[in-house]
Write a protein that binds this ligand. Sequence first.
Ligand SMILES: [Zn+2]
Length: 231
Amino acid sequence: MTITIKKSVVAIMKCPRCVQRIHRAAASCPHCGFTLADADARFGAEEVRIRCLTDSAGILRRGDREKVELAMEKITRRFPQVFVAIYTGSLGEVANIRQFGFWLLNRSAFEDVPVEKPNEAGILITIDPESKAAGMVFGYLLDPFLEESDTFECLSRAHAYWLEGRYAEGILRALNHLDGILRKRSRQARRDPEHFERKVMPPTQMGDLVRRIRAGHRPVVQQEETSEVVS
Ligand SMILES: [Zn+2]
């Protein structure tokens, strides 16, 4: 399995398959046996190259894109150590958007994210307009700052808009809420730095690993868009 699970502290995530609470460090889910390999079997073991804002479903108009990009940038300017990604697409029969999001964050090389920022510092929102499903996952470097309940809150802010097909508005609400949570948590981190520092200590070789993955990934051929991956 890859990088997301190398963690020495007790961080909790929900299993992408059975949604029970598991330790991030677990190689597989103790409840249902889920591993990243299972997600690979479903979605493909190859890394995919996408941009942070990838609208494969075509639900954002040009003006929408700009607004969404600005909101994404606002967060990364304030928190340069993290990045935000949004993927829209029709997942069709294959998915379980939770498993898909987990897989996509693990398997993507984000072209417009600096190499030294690992996917573990990513927050990914996935929207499938066809099945009216959305998900939000984050890499373990965010564990000190985000919890599963936060992602639920963010998506809740967007839900009503997305149901009406007002995708950009929903995304903006979700991102705004996310921004607020991160600001609150970083204020707490400043007040109690020891607690947070201990939790964000990255595994030593991780940077290398990520660089290798990214380097192996440099565009040799123009790859297909990600719709291939989910079709
Ligand atoms: Zn499970």
